[in-house]
Design a protein around this ligand. Structure first.
Ligand code: ZN
Ligand code: ZN
Ligand code: ZN
Length: 338
């Protein structure tokens, strides 16, 4: 049996059916733990040039109300439009295309330009959770919307051009690729074992604890066994819940608590605001029951060794399979001690 702290091996992601190559022998050189002073100006509470701040004009010409809490609006430069004809084009099964109706929205977490999730009050963060749940339900209730993707890009490194804390919601008619893979895997697991894949996974991680990063009464955070990004995490409710609108009061407060703690932990790791893409995966909104679905979030932060050294998916990873050096167990250990 190989030693997964030493020997090159590959690990299966049972949610996608894909493999990641792990090369732990390449991290035998000592951990630098270097903390760099990143070039970041402290953000003001209000920025007159920010198109998300209350009362300001947006790039599309609309003006934001003087909002005092969480604020939702339709994206001015939306990737999807609700009135798109859903026709399909198919030439010999080679040139295949389909009209994709959808709606894209932006959610400002609060009126404060400088207030990231790690620094929000729990009650304000709870309003964000309720907004996510409300948007999931409202958009999902539309005939043409079968999936609601809630996600946040944080930091210039992730291509986020506006520092005002906000997330996006893209909702559309077809299951996106990643969701489609997870849907198939969760369904197959349920059909084969009459259990839930993520309930089984969460139970295993709760027992082993080596990849556990944070937990509270209703949620846990792990570096997944199959993580691709160095400090990737997965956030799971302990109860089997298919979607965010089914979370009860305590679980919604629990989600606000765990997100605040996780992001503060990320920020401490390299003593810098940690860039990431994060988002929910949950039940499609196609009108069917989806008992196989277990709500969860993924955090995909790009940083590798410091606030300025990022991991790129290039070469072998673009053409063959993702690869990592630092093991998920070692990454969890570093996050726990941050
Ligand atoms: Zn702003
Ligand atoms: Zn479950
Ligand atoms: Zn997922």
């Amino acid at each position: 049996m190989f030693d997964w702290k030493q020997d090159p091996h590959r690990r299966l992601n049972p949610l996608t059916g894909e493999w990641v190559l792990v090369s732990p022998h390449r991290t035998q050189r000592p951990w630098q733990g270097q903390v760099e002073e990143s070039a970041r100006a402290p953000q003001p509470e209000y920025d007159p040039s920010c198109y998300l701040c209350p009362g300001n004009e947006r790039a599309g010409g609309a003006r934001n109300p003087r909002y005092t809490s969480t604020f939702v609006f339709d994206n001015d430069f939306a990737a999807l439009r609700p009135d798109t004809p859903p026709d399909r084009f198919d030439q010999d099964g080679i040139l295949v295309a389909q009209g994709e109706p959808g709606i894209c929205r932006v959610v400002c977490f609060s009126p404060r330009h400088d207030l990231t999730i790690a620094h929000m009050e729990p009650a304000d963060l709870r309003r964000v959770v309720d907004t996510w749940a409300g948007q999931y339900r409202e958009l999902g209730a539309r005939e043409s919307i079968r999936y609601v993707q809630i996600f946040e890009n944080r930091g210039a490194m992730m291509g986020c051009s506006n520092a005002h804390p906000h997330c996006q919601i893209w909702s559309n008619s077809h299951l996106p690729n990643e969701v489609s893979k997870e849907q198939a895997s969760q369904l197959a697991w349920r059909e084969a074992r009459a259990r839930c894949l993520i309930c089984d996974y969460a139970a295993l991680e709760a027992a082993r604890r080596e990849r556990l990063v944070e937990e509270n009464a209703s949620w846990m955070v792990v570096v997944p066994f199959w993580a691709v990004w160095p400090f990737e995490t997965m956030v799971m409710p302990r109860r089997h819940v298919a979607a965010i609108d089914a979370l009860n009061d305590a679980e919604r407060n629990g989600l606000a608590d765990i997100l605040k703690r996780l992001i503060a932990r990320y920020d401490r790791l390299f003593a810098a605001p940690f860039p990431y893409s994060m988002g929910f995966h949950q039940s499609p909104t196609d009108g069917e029951a989806h008992p196989e679905w277990h709500l969860h979030l993924h955090f995909h932060p790009p940083l590798l060794r410091s606030a300025t050294v990022r991991k790129f998916l290039v070469g072998y990873e673009l053409l063959a399979a993702p690869q990592r050096d630092l093991t998920p167990e070692a990454a969890a250990e570093r996050l726990r001690s941050a």
